[in-house]
Design a protein around this ligand. Structure first.
Ligand code: MEV
Length: 333
């Protein structure tokens, strides 16, 4: 008898420009990381297992009083969305990550998409990719509150381009963009930072609305620059975007330190990526990647280099994960 192994995967992501404002309808420039999450379905009894976190959880459908099991709730949301909550699961779903988790690189969305696909295959539901998107989006709402949909869209399809709510991802054709990714060692706080930005917007709608518009303009300028191969202009947009993000209270001291160190080492641009409050900094340093990584290492921060774009869309391979584990921040779970 042959046993078929069910193994699914989904991409990680980097936001080059436009996080937070994208929640309010502005575009964001983003690209997939080839590496992301994998989920394997093995004989078992319906548990989601994450060995790296020492986690094993059944699907949960309601908050337990006071002790919110986010992972179990996200798993439950996926089963509900796929119409599988009353099915007997005779598989466990074992998730592994090839990117740092809790770092703003889309690990929760990659997990959500890969898990939805694995459940679909294990139960032979054949619901199709749009149903995977709906299930992953529900799980992302459990993880992050009110996400824009960018993360699970890129996790599902890969690619590089401009993401807008309602319109999805529009491809921008560009050569591969090399990035240094530095880790603050502090978990990103997407839910908290998205809530804080919403609060600021409620308190000062005109001023904060202007900031969203400024970010939208920077995103469009950056997309044009990257399509024309003008990395200097892209770097400028990244630096300005970081200033606006600091004004929106989504930066933190470690992010500022990493950005300053990258620029001092010759990067063209540096900014936080994703939810902020921790997580990662991206630096654009086409000819100075070693110097940027060295500066970060000297300051105690781990980093790696990668690329986004350059035809990496939809399954083609292109990310190189040259890891440099510094003394800080290798475990962000
Ligand atoms: C998180 O990766 C990006 C944010 O813009 C939130 C979202 O788009 O859902 C901060």
């Amino acid at each position: 008898m042959t046993t078929l192994t069910i193994a699914t995967s989904a991409y990680g992501k980097v936001i080059l420009l436009g996080e937070h404002a994208v929640v309010y309808g502005q575009p964001a420039l983003c690209g997939a990381l080839r590496d992301g999450a994998q989920v394997q379905a093995v004989p078992g009894e319906g548990a989601l297992v994450i060995p790296a976190w020492g986690k094993r959880t059944q699907a949960v459908y309601k908050d337990q009083d006071g002790s919110r099991d986010t992972l179990g709730l996200a798993f439950g949301a996926i089963l509900l969305s796929l119409g599988a909550s009353d099915r007997v699961l005779d598989h466990d779903f074992v998730a592994t990550f090839a990117i740092p988790t809790g770092a703003g690189l889309g690990s929760s969305a990659a997990l959500s998409v890969a898990l939805a696909r694995a459940v679909d295959q294990a139960l032979m539901l054949r619901r199709g990719e749009p149903a995977m998107a709906s299930a992953a989006f529900l799980a992302e709402q459990v993880f992050h509150g009110t996400p824009s949909g960018l993360d699970h869209t890129v996790a599902q399809h890969g690619g590089f381009g401009l993401f807008r709510r309602q319109r999805g991802l529009e491809t921008v054709h560009a050569s591969a963009v090399p990035l240094c990714i530095g880790m603050t060692g502090r978990a990103r706080d997407t839910r908290g930072r998205v809530e804080r930005v919403a609060e600021l917007y409620r308190e000062r709608p005109e001023e904060v609305g202007q900031l969203f518009h400024q970010i939208g303009t920077l995103v469009r300028d950056g997309a044009r620059a990257v399509a024309e191969g003008d990395l200097v202009a892209l770097g400028r947009a990244m630096n300005r975007n970081q200033e606006v993000l600091s004004g929106l209270e989504v930066s933190c001291p470690e992010i500022e330190t990493l950005c300053r160190a990258a620029l001092a080492a010759g990067a063209l641009g540096a900014k936080l990526t994703g939810g902020g409050g921790g997580g990662c900094v991206i630096a654009l340093a086409p000819d100075r990647a070693n110097q940027v990584q060295e500066a970060w290492r000297a300051a105690g921060f781990a980093s790696f280099v990668t690329t986004v774009g350059g035809g990496m869309a939809r399954g083609a391979r292109g990310t190189s994960l040259a890891e440099d584990r510094g003394t800080r921040g290798t475990s962000l779970a």
